[in-house]
Design a protein around this ligand. Structure first.
Ligand code: AMP
Length: 113
């Protein structure tokens, strides 16, 4: 997708601090970490947000969650972590390519809104 920051990261046009990659998924460190460990997991194919998940593309989401579990274990997050996906303006989504934040490495605040 043209002018999509995360598509450019997938294409290697913008550098990223990669922690995991396979044919479908990329995981890399967030450039502005909100926790000691802050990783983004994205599908390589462009999906705009959670709102664009359909029966046709939802298999990738199941795969992403397997990757999340694997990455979290490799990062030593055995004590727990949070998985967040901001969807749309009210949630503060800034990059319109589906992504899941993995946040951990400390006791996280509980408020969600
Ligand atoms: P969201 O606000 O949920 O759309 O999350 C977008 C995330 O992408 C933010 O946490 C940003 O810090 C992060 N981000 C933006 N540009 C980059 C980049 N070039 N490399 C890594 N993370 C980025």
């Amino acid at each position: 997708m043209e002018n999509c920051l995360f598509c450019k990261i997938v294409a290697g046009e913008i550098p990223s601090n990669k922690v995991y990659e396979d044919e479908l998924v990329l995981a890399f460190r967030d450039i502005a970490p909100q926790a000691p460990t802050h990783i983004l997991v994205i599908p390589k194919a462009h999906i705009g947000s959670v709102a664009q998940i359909t029966p046709e593309n939802s298999g990738i989401v199941a795969h992403i969650f397997q990757v999340i579990a694997k990455v979290a274990e490799a990062e030593g997050l055995q004590n727990g972590y949070r998985v967040v996906s901001n969807c749309g303006d009210d949630a503060g989504q800034t990059v319109h390519h589906l992504h899941f934040h993995i946040l951990g490495g400390k006791k996280l605040a509980l408020e969600m809104a």
